[in-house]
Design a protein around this ligand. Sequence first.
Ligand code: ADP
Length: 201
Amino acid sequence: MLEIIQTLGPITGNKIAEKLNLSRAALRSDLAILTMSQLVSAKPKVGYYFTGRDLQQLNTMSFDAILIADTLSAPIVVRENSTVYDAILTLFTEDVGTIFVVSEDNFLEGALSRKDLLKAAMGGKNNNDLPVNIIMTRMPKIILTTPEESVLSAAQKLLYHQVDALPVVKIIKEGETTKYQVVGRFTKTNITRLFVQLAEK
Ligand code: ADP
């Protein structure tokens, strides 16, 4: 598409679609990426034209060049023997959607989402007596990320596994066993913030 715009621009969306044998609607998301990355600009009634922006420059803007270490948020955790009541309170006071559950020595044990806690709250049991480790999703089922992973790859994990947040962990090997120290959280909000920052740049 960029080639067509470079050689034939300014060119209308309909004309580009015609050249590619596609519908105008099918081009929408790709055109949005090209305009957002400022490779292409659009003039009303005239069409799309190439801005002359260097393709190399684009790499510095891309999500796979940005690492989790550059964008993570502080981890919000509760201990595994905390009650569901404590976890719900934490959800409100810390204003988060997912809480990670850690052992006494601070290693990752599980995750609690909003719906996990909602389900427990509707269950009719006394939430002051119910420990979170009964209702949490537990290791080794937790999908993780590390400070060294790219934002793109972590975002793909969020989409693929259909979860809202990943714990950012430091991997600690002790002989045969591997433990995960929680050093942060990476959520859909981090991606939205990054998206806006990149777009505004
Ligand atoms: P919600 O359940 O509020 O829609 P999620 O989609 O994030 O929120 O969570 C769906 C389920 O996945 C929940 O049962 C939760 O315990 C679990 N979960 C949350 N985060 C993770 C994760 N990083 N890895 C694995 N499971 C997770």
